[in-house]
Write a protein that binds this ligand. Structure first.
Ligand SMILES: [Zn+2]
Length: 133
């Protein structure tokens, strides 16, 4: 009997794991290290997949990041309007800009991770995953 472990794609995406083996990390450190949040492994430490599958692949992450940031700004603007009962203009600027600046490491990383998961031909392959016996 084969006991294989198939990880959840959504959980692997949230944890920033490689899309092929869903075990190896994509980024070298966690997002809280403000000077190191952009440091990626060139290849997956587990399955050796090269993350930048073609030159300039991660340029596309700019558009993903743009969409996420715009969505976040719209939601924050609506929340500020309804919770704050349409406060002064500077409340909108402070809340939206402050949140976007503070979440930059997460937006940067998830834009790249989403590029790998949704806009590349890489799919989960069980032969590369760590097996749990
Ligand atoms: Zn991998």
């Amino acid at each position: 009997m084969c006991n294989s472990y198939t990880p959840s794609k959504g959980l692997s995406l949230l944890q920033g794991k490689c899309p092929r083996c869903q075990s190896g990390k994509i980024f070298k450190s966690n997002a809280t290290k403000i000077t190191k949040f952009t440091d990626m492994f060139q290849n997956c430490p587990v399955c050796d997949l090269r993350f930048e599958i073609e030159p300039g692949f991660f340029w596309g992450a700019m558009y993903v990041s743009y969409a996420m940031t715009t969505g976040m700004m719209l939601v924050l603007g609506a929340l500020t309007f309804f919770i704050g009962h349409d406060p002064d203009f500077w409340w909108y600027i402070s809340i939206i800009c402050g949140t976007v600046i503070l979440s930059t490491p997460l937006l940067y990383r998830y834009a790249r991770i989403m590029m790998l998961y949704f806009f590349s031909p890489i799919r989960f392959e069980e032969k590369y995953a760590n097996k749990i016996s």
